[in-house]
Design a protein. Structure first.
Length: 337
């Protein structure tokens, strides 16, 4: 495989591990973060740490490729704007965060006026991606995607032990390796957005199911209809051959094995924003999305009243993404008088 050079801006959990996975395969990485500590740590592992975006760009050989791995919104917008003033025609900017796909369409158009290429890459894999690999959904020009293919192929999980899908002969082989060129600018983050919306629904179904199992011994039921179930054992047996086997179920089983009551979780569940964007797309397309909308509203409600199901959601979010529950806001003070 051809070894490439890549700049990485943003060295949080995902950005730093993307760099580590690339370096393991022999790619050269120049890294930058406002906090110098993660850059220094990666430099000790073989990366080149830059003290500024300007220095990062200067350390890269053209045609350059810079991957931005920052929170969606202002931070990403600012980084891309700053890079666009430092890079040269023929260079490429990659946004691997969870940006809104319509912003990608706009950015690609604006950067093209400066001769810069732009790719939006939906990146799934969470804190486990370093070892498992990252499922990548890529939007942008096909030639640019092809030029940077060694980067994507390295980050992707590879075929592993997943059997081939019958009837796929003649289709794009890259998807069987775990990465997809979804289409033009915006398509990558659009596909990732829907992925996350589906994730909300799957998580909610698992969480509600275990909440029902947990309450199977409620005194409200006749004695002969009550069951005292070991939830950790139910999760474990479902992992082995059932049709609901999944990574989310694996994470649920781990959490329940550690603490069947999930006492370490309050059930205050945040949303990343992509569930909301998924419903916006459903509305624009006039597509009914009852399950996904209910899952999103359940997260809203969790911030007011918590159930065991919400504790399950929190446990799954921590398991795949390292998301730590936000503290619930203090209730408003009672009016005087």
């Amino acid at each position: 495989m051809t070894r490439l050079q890549l700049g990485m801006v943003g060295l949080g959990r995902m950005g730093a591990n993307l760099v580590r996975r690339l370096m393991r395969a022999g790619h050269a990485c120049v890294v930058y973060d406002r906090d110098p500590a993660p850059g220094a740590a990666l430099a000790a592992e073989g990366a080149q740490a830059a003290s500024s975006l300007k220095n990062l760009v200067a350390a890269l050989a053209p045609p350059r490729a810079v991957w931005v791995m920052l929170p969606a919104g202002k931070a990403t917008e600012q980084a891309i704007a700053d890079l666009s003033g430092l890079l040269e025609p023929g260079d490429a900017i990659i946004d691997g965060g969870n940006s809104f796909w319509k912003d990608d369409v706009r950015r690609a158009r604006e950067l093209a006026q400066k001769g810069l290429d732009y790719l939006d890459v939906g990146t799934s894999g969470g804190v486990w991606g370093l070892e498992r690999g990252y499922c990548l959904m890529i939007g942008g020009d096909a030639d640019v995607v092809a030029r940077l293919d060694p980067i994507f192929a390295t980050l992707a999980p590879g075929r592993g032990d997943i059997p081939a899908t019958p009837g796929r002969s003649g289709r794009d082989p890259r998807v069987e390796m775990g990465y997809l060129h979804a289409g033009p600018s915006g398509a990558g983050h659009f596909v990732k957005m829907i992925h996350n919306g589906i994730e909300y629904g799957m998580m909610q179904a698992i969480a509600e199911g275990f909440d029902i199992l947990r309450h199977a011994a409620t005194p409200a039921l006749p004695v002969e209809h009550r069951f005292h179930l070991e939830l950790a054992d139910v999760a474990e047996v479902w992992r082995r051959g059932s049709v609901v086997t999944s990574w989310l179920l694996d994470l649920s089983a781990q959490a329940l094995a550690a603490d069947g009551e999930l006492a370490g979780f309050s059930g205050h569940v945040e949303d990343s924003g992509e569930g909301r964007w998924t419903l916006m797309a459903a509305i624009e397309e006039a597509v009914p999305a009852e399950v996904l909308s209910a899952a999103l509203y359940a997260r809203f409600r969790s911030r007011q009243d918590h159930t065991f199901a919400e504790k399950m959601l929190s446990a799954m979010r921590k398991g795949f993404g390292g998301h730590v529950e936000a503290k619930a806001p203090a209730p408003p003070a009672a009016p005087k008088g």
